[in-house]
Write a protein that binds this ligand. Structure first.
Ligand SMILES: Cc1cc2nc3c(=O)[nH]c(=O)nc-3n(C[C@H](O)[C@H](O)[C@H](O)COP(=O)(O)OP(=O)(O)OC[C@H]3O[C@@H](n4cnc5c(N)ncnc54)[C@H](O)[C@@H]3O)c2cc1C
Length: 428
C-alpha cells in the first residue's frame, strides 16, 4: 500500500521535496497551499529578487553540501525562463577578498545567478506545471492549514480530518503561526538552546557608479564583522545592483527590502543592499521577533503612519532630520517614505554597531561614506523557531529556522525527501 504524505505550503522547500517523489507510486502526496493559485503563492507572489545563491558560507544554519545545492538549482533550470547573463563568483577575485579581509571583514564566498524579479514570476508556474503533471501529487489551493493534531491528522476547513504517514511542514516564514501552534501542541519539536535573535538595520542606497566595478566582479560582496564594544554581529545582505528599494507589508507594519529587474529598461542608477545588526537577547526576554516588530512599528509611526523613514547618511551621523535629498535619488516611490531622523527610532546599541560598520566599510569602499547616500529604516529579518523532526512530522525550509534562501530551502527539501525515501527502504 502506498504511503500518504501531506505537504503544507508550496514554496522553495516544497519544490525541492516534491521533485524527488514525482511519479513514485509508492507515495500519494497532497499539497495544501493557502494562496489561491501558484501565481500568488510565496515565490511568485513576493517581490523576490530571483537570485539563486550557491554557498556553504551563507543561506543556512545547517550543513548543506554544494552537490545538493547544485541539484536544487538544476530543478529551476527546467524552466525555459531561467535565463541569465553570467554566474557571478562572490569574492572569487583574490584581490577583492584580501581587500576586505585585511580590513577585518569576513568576506562570504558564493556563486550567484540573477534571473530577476520579472523572470522568477514566469519560472515558478512552469516548475509547478511539471510537478502538477505527476500522477501521485495532488494540489489543493486556498487551503490554509490551521492545525496538526497528534497522530498526524490535519485540520482543514471544509474537509474531514485526514490521516497521513508523514506531514511535511513547508510554510516558510509567513507560516510562523502554524509552526508555533504545532510546537506548542507536540513535545520535542522545538530545538533546545536556540538563540533569541532578530536582525535589525537599514537598506542602504548609493549611486551604482561608485561600486559598479565591484558589482561586476562579484555581484554580491557580502561581508560580516563583529563589533567589539557591543558584541553584535553585523553583515551586508541582499545586494541589488541597479535595483529598486521596495516596502514590504507585514501584519500591521511595514519594512523595506530591495530587488533588481532583469529587464534593462527597468534598471535604476543606484545600488541598494541591507546592513543588518543581529540583536541577541538573553533571559528573561523571549520574544525577539516582537522586538523587531515594535521597532518597525515605531519607525512607521514617526514617518507619519505606515511609511518608511528615509535619511541621508550625513544627517544620520549628525543626529539631524533630513530636510532635502542630495545627489542620490531614492528608488522607493515618494509616497512611501518620509524624510526623517532615524535616530529617534533606532536603539542606541544598534546604531553604534551600524555606524562603526559603515565607517569601516567606507575605509575599503570610499563611495560608501558619501554624506548624501541614503538610509531607509527599518529593514528587519525575523527568525523562525528552530525545529526538530519527530514521529513523522518534518519541517523543511525557512519555517524550520534553518534556511534563508531559495536554493538552501529547496536543498533542505531534497535532503528531507531522501531521508523519508531511505527510511522507507530500511523499514520495508
Ligand atoms: C521580498 C523577498 C525577496 C527575496 N529574494 C530572494 C532572492 O532573490 N533569493 C533568495 O535566495 N531568497 C530570497 N528571499 C528568501 C526566499 O524567498 C526564502 O528563503 C524561500 O522562499 C523560503 O522557502 P520556503 O519554501 O521555506 O518558504 P516559502 O517560499 O515562503 O513558501 C511557503 C509557502 O507556504 C504557504 N503557507 C504559509 N502558511 C501556510 C498555511 N498555514 N497553510 C498553507 N500554506 C501556507 C505560503 O503561502 C507559501 O506559498 C526573498 C524573500 C523575500 C521576502
Amino acid at each position: 500500500m502506498s504511503k500518504k504524505i501531506a505537504v503544507i505550503g508550496f514554496g522553495a522547500a516544497a519544490i525541492g521535496f516534491l521533485w524527488q517523489f514525482m511519479d513514485n507510486e509508492d507515495y500519494e502526496i497532497d499539497v495544501y497551499e493557502k494562496a489561491g493559485n501558484v501565481m500568488s503563492s510565496s515565490l511568485s507572489g513576493i517581490r523576490s529578487d530571483g537570485k539563486f545563491i550557491v554557498s556553504e558560507e551563507m543561506g543556512s544554519d545547517i550543513y548543506i553540501p554544494m552537490s545538493i545545492q547544485r541539484e536544487a538549482l538544476e530543478i529551476y533550470k527546467n524552466s525555459e525562463y531561467f535565463v541569465y547573463d553570467d554566474v557571478y563568483m562572490g569574492f572569487g577575485n583574490k584581490e577583492d577578498y584580501l581587500m576586505f579581509y585585511n580590513a577585518g571583514f569576513q568576506p562570504i564566498r558564493s556563486e550567484v545567478i540573477h534571473i530577476g524579479t520579472d523572470q522568477l514570476k514566469n519560472v515558478i508556474p512552469q516548475i509547478f506545471e511539471k510537478i502538477h503533471e505527476a500522477k501521485n501529487i495532488k494540489f489543493h489551493f486556498n487551503e490554509h492549514i490551521k492545525e496538526i493534531k497528534e497522530g498526524k491528522t490535519i485540520h482543514i476547513f471544509g474537509y474531514a480530518d485526514r490521516l497521513y504517514d508523514y506531514i511535511v511542514v513547508a510554510v516558510g516564514r509567513s507560516g510562523y503561526k502554524l509552526v508555533d501552534d504545532i510546537i506548542k501542541e507536540n513535545d520535542g519539536l522545538r530545538h533546545e538552546n536556540e538563540k533569541q535573535i532578530v536582525d535589525i538595520g537599514v537598506r542602504f542606497e548609493m549611486p551604482d557608479i561608485l561600486v559598479e566595478d565591484l558589482n561586476k566582479r562579484n555581484y554580491e560582496w557580502k561581508v560580516k564583522k563583529t563589533n567589539n564594544q557591543t558584541g553584535h554581529g553585523i553583515r551586508t545582505f541582499c545586494y541589488n545592483p541597479q535595483g529598486q528599494v521596495v516596502s514590504e507589508i507585514h501584519n500591521g507594519f511595514k519594512t523595506v527590502n530591495g530587488h533588481t529587474y532583469n529587464d534593462n529598461s527597468k534598471k535604476s542608477n543606484n545600488t541598494n543592499f541591507a546592513i543588518l545588526v543581529s540583536a541577541e537577547f538573553t533571559y528573561p526576554f523571549q520574544n525577539p521577533n516582537q522586538f523587531g516588530e515594535n521597532i518597525a512599528l515605531i519607525s512607521n509611526q514617526l514617518a507619519g503612519g505606515n511609511k518608511i523613514m528615509l535619511q541621508k547618511l550625513g544627517d544620520f551621523l549628525e543626529y539631524k532630520r533630513t530636510k532635502r535629498i542630495g545627489r542620490v535619488k531614492p528608488t522607493l516611490p515618494e509616497n512611501e517614505y518620509t524624510l526623517c531622523n532615524i535616530n529617534l527610532a533606532m536603539p542606541s546599541q544598534i546604531r553604534q554597531s551600524l555606524v562603526g560598520f559603515i565607517e569601516e566599510l567606507g575605509n575599503v569602499v570610499p563611495g560608501i561614506i558619501q554624506e548624501d547616500n541614503l538610509l531607509y529604516f527599518s529593514e528587519v529579518k525575523f527568525y523562525g523557531n528552530k525545529t526538530q523532526n519527530k514521529d513523522g512530522i518534518y519541517f523543511i525550509g525557512d519555517c524550520s529556522g534553518n534556511t534563508r534562501s531559495i536554493v538552501h530551502a529547496s536543498s533542505h527539501g531534497i535532503m528531507m525527501a531522501r531521508e523519508i525515501l531511505n527510511s522507507s527502504i530500511k523499514n520495508a
